[in-house]
Design a protein around this ligand. Structure first.
Ligand code: UDP
Ligand code: MN
Length: 261
């Protein structure tokens, strides 16, 4: 038993998850999408109608000091995002709910996908990959290769792992500047590297166009600005990728070709 897993804590990411669910169908994934939904999640009926499994989650128990340090305005001041914009609906603290993936012990392995991703080629083989597999946070320079991106990862659910994570997460004064991503990198220092094509970050399209080859890309990840935002500063640069997202959201098949950058 395997499952894809995503996280939805508000209406905007509910919209993202619906496009993700449709993309998984479009590439004939053999395994369901399980949606971790917090109490403020919305768009759940549409996700159920799409065949998703909905699992209610509560955020991990975190001290009020930890929560204050990772609250949106505090985090943006302490560790500004200099390279792109985060939409107003993005709440950094909510990212830690991803760790609930390790509690899904009904599944031998899960592949977590951010709600702002689209699967554009079948990736079922990832269920045979080891924990912890993730792709690099590559979207600007080669130096990005040192870091992982937590928008796509392979995990083995295990309650003991989850409990160990809780012990290491909220330690005195801890500030995880990129939330779950920084934490997971620290928790799994020997993470297995997936090819970047399993998590092609949208900024590759204009920053490193030589790496954008549609035929080899398996997952498109709309980090920073989201394709369903009415308009955003990068929209002009990302027009073909935004059109792709809307086409998949509207139920169209994955196109065989996409304009090169
Ligand atoms: N997320 C959420 N609500 C939030 C923030 C994050 O549901 O307020 C979930 C959602 O699945 C999202 C993921 O956590 O895709 C990570 O956030 P995001 O993708 O916006 O971060 P980025 O990829 O831009 O770093
Ligand atoms: Mn994301």
């Amino acid at each position: 038993m395997y499952a894809y897993v995503t996280l939805v804590t508000n209406a905007d990411y509910g919209v993202g998850a619906l496009a993700l669910a449709r993309s998984l169908k479009a590439v004939r994934s053999a395994w369901p999408l399980l949606v971790l939904a917090t109490e403020n999640a919305a768009g759940i009926d549409a996700l159920e109608a799409e065949g998703c499994i909905i699992q209610a989650v509560v955020p991990p128990p975190l001290s009020s000091a930890f929560q204050a340090r990772h609250e949106r305005s505090h985090l943006h001041a302490a560790a500004p995002f200099a390279k792109g914009g985060k939409p107003a609906f993005h709440k950094p603290l909510d990212n830690f709910c991803k760790l609930h993936s390790w509690r899904l012990t009904a599944y031998r392995r899960v592949v977590f996908l951010d709600a702002d991703t689209l699967v554009v080629k079948n990736i079922d083989k990832l269920f045979g990959y080891p924990e912890f597999s993730a792709a690099p946070n590559l979207y600007e320079t080669l130096a990005d290769m040192h870091r992982l991106n937590s928008g796509v990862f392979v995990a083995t659910p295990n309650e003991a792992t989850y409990q160990t994570m809780l012990e290491r997460l909220d330690v005195h004064g801890a500030f995880w500047r990129r939330t779950d991503q920084t934490f997971l990198e620290s928790f799994f220092p020997d993470w297995h590297g997936l090819p970047y094509t399993f998590n092609a970050l949208q900024y590759l399209y204009f920053n490193l166009p030589a790496l954008w080859r549609w035929s080899s890309i398996r997952v498109v990840h709309y980090q920073y600005e989201k394709p369903w935002q009415a308009d955003h500063p990068k929209a002009q640069l990302l027009r073909p990728l935004i059109s792709l997202w809307h086409a998949v959201y509207d139920g169209h098949p994955i196109p065989a070709d996409l304009p090169d950058p």
